[in-house]
Design a protein around this ligand. Structure first.
Ligand code: ATP
Ligand code: MG
Length: 251
């Protein structure tokens, strides 16, 4: 990563999670999550299926309120401008409209000045290499292309924080690389990235920090180099070696 951007602080960050937990019915799904997301790195959330990655991201994005603990933004997101956060899901949810109209819709919702709309749309199309597909119906595109539309929409919104939930799950290696280039462009432009992935090679390429989730808790949190160089916890070692970790199953 460009060292020039290290240490930057966006206006809504850091995001501090203190004792965050989530219980639905009889089930405690997240417990005792303590973490501070700063603006200086790409944070990658990893862990087995069902470990709690998506729930954690949804809580960070405000889609689910935690039932324990609290989230504290440096400055409340809503006090700033209409869109400081964006979230892109495994399967993007696109409008039944053209690629360009999908992007324009976000700009309308963000109340960007009309005079800037055209330029912003062209920029978002270009950065996601969708200029030639601008008039195509978004829902008819391939999975990789649709994911790029979702990222172009996010780009148009110029979020300070971009949350990505396994954005490359259904993509081939070339499409994955394209998405990673877009993620890096966001990062270089000053956007904080918080993303979940199962792809260990991708995490190695992108992560400034790794948060390993295990059964609803953070099992280990470390810098990318440290984590892949020699993880501290048994859970992390088991995860990297592709072994199931069964000790201490109860949350
Ligand atoms: N609304 C809900 N009600 C009850 N349980 C839920 C709910 N949403 C998620 N869960 C459970 O919480 C656990 C964590 O789910 P989550 O989707 O966060 O896992 P994940 O780490 O993202 O897994 P994956 O890698 O498969 O995407 C799972 O066991 C899931 O079944
Ligand atoms: Mg998930």
């Amino acid at each position: 990563m460009d060292p020039a951007v290290a240490g930057r602080v966006t206006s809504v960050l850091p995001l501090k999670l203190s004792g965050v937990g989530l219980t639905i019915g009889q089930h405690t799904l997240l417990k005792d999550i303590h973490h501070t997301f700063t603006g200086s790195s790409i944070s990658v959330v990893m862990g087995h299926n069902g470990a709690g990655k998506t729930l954690l991201l949804k809580i960070c994005h405000g889609l689910i309120p935690p039932t324990a603990g609290r989230l504290q933004w440096h400055r409340p997101a809503r006090a700033k401008r209409p869109c400081v956060q964006a979230m892109v899901f495994q399967r993007p949810v696109l409008l039944r409209r053209s690629v360009e109209q999908n992007i324009r819709h976000v700009l309308k919702a963000g109340r960007i000045a009309k005079s800037e709309t055209g330029r912003a749309v062209q920029q978002a199309l270009a950065m996601s290499r969708l200029t030639d597909m601008a008039s195509r119906p978004a829902r008819q595109l391939s999975g990789g292309e649709q994911q790029r539309v979702a990222l172009a929409r996010a780009w148009a919104a110029r979020p300070e924080v971009l949350i990505l939930d396994e954005p490359c799950t259904y993509l081939d290696p070339a499409a994955t690389l394209e998405v990673e280039q877009i993620i890096t462009a966001f990062y270089d432009a000053g956007t904080k990235i918080i993303m979940a992935t199962h792809d260990i090679a991708q995490a190695r390429r992108l992560a400034g920090e790794i948060i390993l989730m295990h059964q609803g808790k953070i099992a280990e949190c470390a810098g990318g180099h440290e984590f892949f160089g020699g993880p501290c916890s048994d859970q992390a070692r088991a995860f990297l070696e592709g072994r199931l970790w069964t000790r201490g199953n109860s949350i």
